[in-house]
Design a protein around this ligand. Structure first.
Ligand code: FES
Length: 143
């Protein structure tokens, strides 16, 4: 009878420990392996209000899940490109002094039209269309 009680107690205790471990590990494993999320194909984003952008300055804005570089060259002159270097995917930035786009990773330079000037980037930056609607700056992917 004692043997049976010990066996039952051991079985219940073992089951409890197993259930506790499972309850602890399941959310940890779910966190470590998130479900695949299909990246929504974004074709247009509102980047902000016109007055938020200085003349001869660039700003990284979100274009879906990726960065876009929005450059205000003059009061009504804008450029926007993918913010991802075509070499090895580093994020580019606008250099006000040289009016160029620079990738710090391997010293790649693009002109204000996104064309490669020097360094290792193999292709121009993808260019986006910039429109001002009211006081809002809107970027859109080119067809
Ligand atoms: S990643 Fe931009 S120059 Fe290499």
């Amino acid at each position: 009878m004692t043997q049976t009680r010990r066996g039952l107690a051991g079985w219940l205790l073992g089951g409890g420990v197993t259930a506790s471990l499972a309850a602890f590990l399941y959310p940890v494993l779910r966190f470590m392996t998130p479900p695949p999320v299909a990246e929504a194909s974004v074709s247009e984003v509102a980047a902000g209000k016109v007055q938020e952008f200085k003349v001869n300055a660039g700003k990284l804005v979100k274009f879906g899940s990726r960065p876009a570089l929005l450059i205000r060259l003059g009061d009504d002159e804008w450029r926007a490109f993918s913010g991802i270097c075509t070499h090895l995917n580093c994020t580019v930035q606008y250099q006000e002094s040289g009016r160029q786009i620079w990738c710090a990773c391997h010293n790649g330079f693009y002109d204000i039209n996104g064309k490669v000037v020097s360094g290792p980037p193999p292709r121009p930056l993808e260019e986006y269309t910039v429109r001002v609607r009211g006081d809002e700056v809107v970027l859109s992917r080119r067809a």
